[in-house]
Design a protein around this ligand. Structure first.
Ligand SMILES: [Zn+2]
Length: 331
């Protein structure tokens, strides 16, 4: 949990900047989606590029742990959506988690710069730090052979974007305080909440199951709004315990405990809060809040029609094409 260019992010070994570092977005990703020079805006409004986002990493962790992980995911991704779906959950968790960690620590280190006044100071968010500390224990599975006993540390969702709809080949977004991270690789959209012990996926299993079909990007945005909002409502931080290791053991077993006695696991769902999440996610389509909340008891949906049946992707494209264009937003 020590950040900075002088310690390996994973094992804490002293490192020599800038040599001992790995890119947050792996070289294969930057190459495949031409990201290296692409600008990226940090919370303090400063601009950097994808290739400048790095995490300090010792040579051992880089060659033994990070590079093999990236090679495994790169190979899976070369087979497209099915390749990614075939990856085991732990691998996806670690791969997404490494990128999330890199973005979050970049933001935290930027905040430490005394000349900088971030718009949303992360360092002042105590619950985020508790989440991050808990998460950091499970991220150690990247380095230490580790088995999670009877739980999965994260919710991971993989959705398929309908290839017939116009969309960018690569996108990523995150919410650092709730530890949600989402990345789009061609027609595969992977979204995760990294520290919920899989509870959000459990809560959304019906919707997730019905979303196992090619979706319109606006439907994927809606699904993501639900994940982001659920993560916002998620009210507990799991505790993790490593079992005592015996001499003959070749891995660590982690147990977990969620304290749901002192408070509910989720704060109550509030449609107006969810509406805000939809507004954010549907920005590319310029859908105003008034339209989203026209029926306050049932915010606008493209995943489902008014009777609650899954909406076909062609119908969504048609509905979006029919929407009145707000000319004031075009400039
Ligand atoms: Zn290391």
């Amino acid at each position: 949990m020590r950040f900075g260019p002088e310690q390996c992010f994973l094992c804490g070994t002293p490192t020599t900047p800038p040599t001992d570092a790995v890119p947050v977005f792996a070289p294969w990703l930057m190459e495949r989606y031409h990201l290296a020079e692409r600008p990226i805006q940090l919370l303090d409004q400063s601009i950097t590029t994808y290739q400048n986002l790095t995490i300090s990493c010792c040579a051992r962790c880089r060659t033994q742990h990070v590079e093999p992980l990236e090679a495994q995911v790169a190979e899976a991704a070369s087979a497209g959506l099915e390749g990614l779906q075939a990856l085991d959950e732990k691998t996806l968790f670690l791969w997404l988690g490494k990128m999330f960690y890199g973005v979050l620590v970049t933001e935290l280190l930027t905040e430490l710069n005394p000349l900088i006044k971030p718009r949303y100071p992360l360092a002042e968010n105590a619950q985020m730090f508790r989440r991050f500390q808990a998460y950091f224990q499970t991220l150690q599975a990247l380095r230490v052979p580790m088995e999670f006993d009877d739980f999965t540390p994260a919710s991971v969702f993989i959705l398929e974007a309908d290839a017939a709809q116009p969309a960018l080949p690569f996108e990523y977004d995150d919410d650092l305080t709730t530890m949600v991270f989402s990345i789009k690789l061609d027609n595969a959209v992977i979204t995760t909440c990294l520290v919920d012990n899989g509870i959000i996926r459990q809560a959304m299993r019906g919707i997730y199951q019905q979303a196992q079909r090619p979706l319109h990007p606006a439907q994927i945005a809606e699904f993501k709004a639900r994940v982001y909002y659920a993560a916002y409502l998620f009210n507990v931080v799991p505790d993790y315990y490593a079992r005592t290791v015996q001499a003959a053991d070749d891995h660590v077993v982690m147990d977990t405990l969620i304290d749901d006695v002192t408070g509910p696991v989720f704060n109550p769902w509030d449609n107006s809060g969810y509406g805000q999440a939809l507004l954010e996610m549907w920005k590319p389509w310029h859908i105003p809040l008034a339209e989203i909340m026209q029926n306050p008891a049932q915010p606008l949906s493209y995943l489902y029609d008014e009777s609650g049946n899954p909406q076909p992707v062609e119908k969504v494209a048609e509905l979006l094409a029919q929407r009145p264009q707000d000319k004031s937003r075009l400039n």
